[in-house]
Design a protein around this ligand. Structure first.
Ligand SMILES: [Zn+2]
Length: 344
């Protein structure tokens, strides 16, 4: 049995850090583990210009503890109206990607895209400048069952998009279904990849309902059936370079999750790499963790792999039940429970 695991420093390719006091509370948790994180742009108002992205990057850098190397990788929020000319400015500023939220799909997504064809001029500019398109892959059609929205998105949006923009690098974010995993592995073409969260590797939808409703397991896209979780574990541990780590850690104050209209999002950044280690260990695939966590992401983004390492040890420890979050508290996923891997 492996009791210590040393891997190249990992990156998180899908992270929400909010702004202000919330940002200051959560950034140190990610910076402790990861060398870089792709920062999601769904603030209010959303980050839609290169200038805003640079200012946001400065605020994130200011929250990184002294002596810690952590680089926020910035993205813009794609809207129906984002001008193609902004793409050249974004590329020049070091912005790496644009995030596509179908309007209304999740937290702060009401400025999102209503019809992807409205963004085609901007997508052409992205393809030309080598910026990635990061996709929240769910239709928002209210006649489609919540649990089927990712599979329907593949047929309605992903397949036509891939044939119209074969050279555009696309990341299918926070994959949740076996249909999604199959599509990325077999049909998406060489410029398609996907992030997978730790919670979708560890839990199926029963977690939301065990013994009563458990709001801290509610996220979007929602947890799916066990068959889907198994397919995601297979994809993540397959060694395929099309799959990489993205936590989708999404902090919300505990009182807004434990609420009649509870917010969607799991806070996993506190113990992210430990949660992934548990998922890979459960699958007997700890040897595949480094590729998934540390190599495939930077390779797809065209960034260098890190030169330093992190070490995890098999050691039972209890996750804090809450952590401070501005004037409120955050409840991390597995708070108060035991984890079997610990970052040294
Ligand atoms: Zn997200």
């Amino acid at each position: 049995m492996t009791d210590t695991l040393t891997i190249t420093r990992p990156d998180d390719w899908h992270l929400h850090v909010r702004d202000g006091a919330a940002l200051e509370a959560v950034v140190p948790h990610s910076a402790r583990q990861f060398g870089r994180a792709l920062i999601m742009p769904n603030l209010r108002p959303p980050v839609t210009t290169a200038r805003q992205a640079l200012d946001y990057r400065d605020r994130i850098r200011a929250a990184v503890p002294a002596g810690v190397d952590f680089e926020p990788v910035m993205s813009l929020y794609l809207t129906d109206r984002l001008p193609p000319a902004e793409i050249a400015l974004a590329a020049e500023a070091g912005v790496k990607a644009l995030k596509l939220y179908p309007a209304g799909a999740t937290t702060n997504s009401d400025a999102g895209v209503t019809d992807i064809r409205k963004t085609y001029k901007t997508l052409e500019a992205m393809q030309k400048h080598g910026l990635l398109l990061l996709i929240h892959g769910e239709v928002t059609d209210p006649t489609i069952d919540l649990f089927d929205r990712e599979a329907v998105f593949i047929d309605r949006v992903m397949i036509p998009l891939r044939s119209d923009f074969p050279e555009l690098k696309v990341v299918f974010e926070h994959l949740t279904t076996k249909e999604g995993a199959q599509y990325v592995r077999d049909a998406g073409g060489p410029h398609t990849a996907a992030t997978i969260t730790a919670h979708h590797l560890l839990y199926n939808r029963n977690a939301i309902f065990t013994g009563g409703i458990r709001p801290h397991y509610y996220c979007l896209p929602v947890l799916k059936r066990e068959t889907h979780r198994v397919a995601l574990v297979e994809a993540a541990t397959s060694g395929s370079d099309r799959f990489f780590l993205g936590t989708d850690s999404a902090p919300h104050a505990a009182h807004l999750k434990e609420h009649a209209l509870g917010c969607a999002g799991c806070y996993t950044a506190l113990t992210a790499i430990e949660l992934y280690a548990e998922a890979f260990d459960n699958a007997g695939a700890l040897d595949k963790l480094e590729g998934f966590a540390s190599f495939h992401g930077p390779d797809f983004y065209g960034l260098p792999r890190h030169a330093d390492t992190v070490t995890l040890r098999r050691e039972a420890w209890t996750v804090p039940e809450t952590v401070p979050y501005g004037d409120a508290v955050l409840k991390p996923l597995r708070g108060g429970e035991t984890l079997n891997w610990k970052l040294q």
